[in-house]
Design a protein around this ligand. Structure first.
Ligand SMILES: NC(=O)c1ccc[n+]([C@@H]2O[C@H](COP(=O)([O-])OP(=O)(O)OC[C@H]3O[C@@H](n4cnc5c(N)ncnc54)[C@H](OP(=O)(O)O)[C@@H]3O)[C@@H](O)[C@H]2O)c1
Length: 292
């Protein structure tokens, strides 16, 4: 059977490197992004290194739940899916709403991968043994752990809100792994560590993305962060590639793969059942599986 993979935000940064790694391991990869030009370049790069299973590009703005639904419909109609890498992620210096009127950080980093995953579960079950990889971040360490509403209390600080959306997604990842036990679909989180990409180059230079308390030690934080993100995206992609393909993970699920491409302990907050229940209720309310 043809083995297939979908990598969201797979046309640049860590995503395209992940896609190249999966293609080199024999998967026919679909990369998703907004720009057709970037998509064409990515497909060219992937096919230059692994031409046996031609890659393709599908356009979707993953900040839009409607676009996520359309993408899922198209992929699901094509039959079994072996690997889904939810790599999309974004951090915004200023608070903004998505086209659905939902705060954009939460929409892009959690609701979009949540909805795409849920809608593709039948295709992933048909493709079993199959894997879901959700890309996480060390930024969950600065997250407010309150999920009774889309937005946490207090002011908007892009880095903290990004960390909170990634925490929601990590919590969902572990919850889903429990739900899918025995189905042949494994679920992993992959932490890339850091890399100099559009996301980090664009936003981390703006001190407004952290809270005033952290801003005081901003030069220190930045230096630490810049050291952590000085590596190439090809290295940062290793955790996702390992999570999606390594044989040693064959019978495992619900674990986090760290930047060194091996399992690491899970943040305790992500395994808290009260947080999991709150994230589940919020996700089901904001991103119902059937559009209303
Ligand atoms: N870089 C780091 O240091 C770091 C650290 C920890 C975790 N991460 C996580 O790793 C993942 C990849 O990060 P990255 O640094 O590679 O990001 P990036 O450089 O910003 O990713 C660029 C890719 O994202 C696509 N993209 C952006 N917004 C999109 C949208 N709304 N819909 C569809 N595609 C979109 C872009 O294509 P288009 O512009 O054509 O849409 C492009 O393919 C993210 O989940 C991020 O949170 C990164």
């Amino acid at each position: 059977m043809k083995r297939t993979a979908v990598v969201t935000a797979g046309t640049a940064g860590i995503g395209v490197e992940t896609a190249m790694g999966l293609a080199a391991r024999g998967l026919a990869v679909t990369v998703v992004g907004r720009s057709a030009e970037r998509g064409a370049r990515a497909v060219e790069r992937i096919n230059a290194t692994a031409p046996e299973h031609p890659a393709r590009f599908l356009a979707a703005d993953l900040a839009s739940l409607g676009a996520v639904r359309a993408l899922a419909d198209r992929i699901a109609a094509e039959g079994p899916l072996t690997v889904l890498v939810n790599n999309v992620g974004a951090m915004f210096p200023d608070r903004q709403d998505s086209v659905d009127g939902i705060e954009a950080t939460f929409a892009v980093n959690h609701l979009s991968p949540y909805l795409l995953t849920e809608l593709l579960l039948p295709a992933l079950q048909d493709g079993a043994p199959s894997r879901i990889v959700n890309v996480t971040s060390g930024a969950i360490g600065v997250a407010k752990r309150v999920f009774d509403a889309v937005e946490p209390p207090g002011g908007y600080y892009g880095f903290h809100w990004y960390g909170r959306a990634k925490l929601a997604n990590l919590t969902y990842t572990l919850d889903l792994a429990d739900r899918l036990e025995g189905t042949g679909v494994s679920v992993f989180a992959a932490d890339p560590g850091g890399a100099a990409t559009d996301m980090t180059n664009g936003t981390m230079t703006d001190p407004r993305i952290v809270s005033p308390g952290l801003r005081v030690i901003w030069p220190l934080v930045r230096r630490k962060f810049e050291r952590a993100t000085s590596g190439p995206a090809s290295v940062a992609a290793k955790s996702s590639i390992f999570a999606a393909t390594d044989d040693t993970l064959a019978d495992r699920s619900g674990i986090v793969i760290g930047p060194q491409a091996r399992p690491v302990p899970t943040a305790r907050s992500a395994a808290d059942p009260r947080i999991a229940a709150a994230v589940r209720h919020l996700s089901e309310r904001l991103a119902p599986l059937t559009a209303t």
